[in-house]
Design a protein around this ligand. Structure first.
Ligand code: ZN
Length: 493
């Protein structure tokens, strides 16, 4: 029986505000776009929780028998939020100047850091990581298409999108035109020519000294943030694809506006479904640099106040799984400790069960169905974890236990199997245990995978040589992913 048979996956669609049965255009190639990092700083744990949603979706789809094609962009030329952008702030450049580096150098550094974090979090690699800076011609073409449809106006090198030309504008904000927040600041050049507050910039003139600038028929300048994602999504996934993912904070204006320009330019639906990951608080407070609670994986590793017990990315991942992705998460050190203990107990239980004689195959079948039911219900990982806990209490042993752990860990990615026979090499880079593979090796493997998928084989081969020199090798798996292995294998774990 094909794994897809008999299972109906439901996902909560933020656009239609309801659970909808998942019906991809091509089940062999479910196309997914995730808003990726702006690479001028380290990803904090809230960002990582959002990216985890994509990973859980991809892993769930694969376990249900779908094929996937995932794209996650890298914003490597500034702007985090449109508001900041419209205030003329460019964080890449500010950070670069402060450090005496070029924006490109800074972006490259934090892109590597991002890949390293992805490896530590055991994220399966995306199929493509498009860089915004390498897709400006596509963005310019998209603005051209909007112009042809009469949806663009502006002067002085500024181009604006006329939101009244967009079908169904307001789907995320729920606001009617003209009733939006008064974002307009008439004293700033960027807003001076806007006809209404909801309209937004598609193109801006480059100010003197700006590093990131491109030629266009509207003059030398740079693209707005919303057109970037729309152009990259269309370029790699087509004008219609299956799922668009991002943090809840991106719903408006970013997703509203990406969708608006894409639909207006192409006349197509853009994303069929929109998934949004809820935000993460730390000890009940919004994360911020000034509050000192904007935690990264390194902060987790260091532990509370840098002195206590540190936590691995795998332990953080497990913590995230104890909550549904659409539930706001309040990170506390106590909560993290509890999750780490629960994970450690599960791993020990599976290790013991795997050493016993094979038993409980009927119970395993029922639990397997229960687990699939949980993940098919809008990726309900807390329920899936409850099934895993139930399994270790149900007397399943030997091969039956090993098979369950392998199957479930392919979705959960928390290393259920890592000490139960070393079989956890079937997915991704197995970055769940950072002490296992140096993060730099993971980063190189990830970059190599990206280059390989982009058809840049010389670069991919050069990276593979570097990985080998570091004592590891990459093996391209049949499922399209790549696996890292230590050379001179002496038995994993
Ligand atoms: Zn985006």
């Amino acid at each position: 029986m094909h794994p897809r048979a008999g299972i109906r996956l439901f996902l909560y669609d933020s656009a239609s505000r309801g659970n909808v049965p998942f019906a991809p255009a091509d089940p062999e190639r479910v196309r997914i776009y995730t808003c990726g990092p702006t690479v001028y700083r380290y990803a904090h744990i809230g960002n990582l929780r959002t990216y985890l949603l994509t990973d859980l979706l991809v892993r769930t789809l694969r376990s249900l028998g779908y094929g996937t094609f995932a794209v996650q962009n890298i914003t490597d030329m500034g702007h985090m939020h449109q508001e900041q952008l419209e205030e003329g702030e460019d964080k890449v450049i500010a950070a670069a100047r402060a450090a005496g580096k070029s924006g490109k150098e800074i972006a490259r550094f934090f892109t590597e850091a991002f890949f390293r974090d992805c490896g530590r979090m055991a994220f399966l690699p995306a199929d493509v990581y498009p860089r915004a800076s390498e897709h400006v011609p596509e963005m310019i073409a998209l603005v051209g298409a909007l112009e042809e449809r009469g949806a663009v106006y502006g002067e002085g090198g500024y181009l604006y999108f006329d939101v009244t030309k967009a079908p169904g504008y307001g789907i995320f904000s729920g606001a009617r035109l003209g009733e939006g927040e008064a974002a307009e600041r008439t004293d700033e050049a960027i807003h001076r020519h806007k006809k209404r507050p909801e309209d937004f910039t598609l193109w801006m003139p480059a100010e003197p000294g700006r590093e990131f600038r491109w030629e266009s028929r509207w003059g030398e300048g740079w693209p707005g943030w919303h057109i970037e994602c729309a152009a990259m999504a269309i370029r790699h996934l087509g004008p219609e694809f299956d799922i668009h993912i991002g943090g809840a904070d991106l719903r408006f204006p970013h997703h509203e506006n990406s969708r608006a320009v894409a639909m207006t330019a192409t006349g197509k639906k853009f994303a069929a479904l929109w998934l949004h990951a809820a935000h993460l608080l730390v000890e009940g407070r919004k994360m911020s640099k000034s509050a000192g609670n904007e935690y990264t994986l390194d902060d987790l590793e260091a532990g509370p106040a840098g002195g206590g017990r540190g936590f691995s990315a795998a332990e953080f991942r497990h913590y995230c799984l104890t909550l549904h992705y659409a539930t706001p998460m309040n990170f506390t050190w106590e909560g993290q400790e509890a999750a780490a203990r629960a994970r450690s107990r599960l791993r020990a239980a599976f290790r013991r069960a795997a050493l016993q004689a094979t038993s409980g195959e009927d119970a395993a079948a029922a639990l397997r169905a229960e687990f699939r039911g949980a993940i098919s219900d809008d990726l309900n990982m807390p329920r899936a974890l409850a099934v895993v806990h139930k399994a270790v209490r149900s007397g399943i042993g030997g091969d039956a236990a090993r098979a369950l752990a392998a199957e479930w860990d392919a979705v959960l990615g928390v290393g259920l199997l890592s000490e139960a026979g070393g079989a956890s090499e079937s997915t991704g880079f197995d970055g769940g245990e950072r002490e296992e593979i140096p993060s730099i090796v993971e980063a190189m493997a990830r970059e190599r995978e990206t280059r390989r998928r982009a058809g840049d084989y010389p670069a991919a081969d050069a990276l593979r040589e570097k990985i080998r020199a570091a004592g590891y090798d990459v093996v391209d798996g049949s499922g399209g992913g790549a696996v890292l292995r230590k050379l001179r294998e002496t038995g994993r774990r």
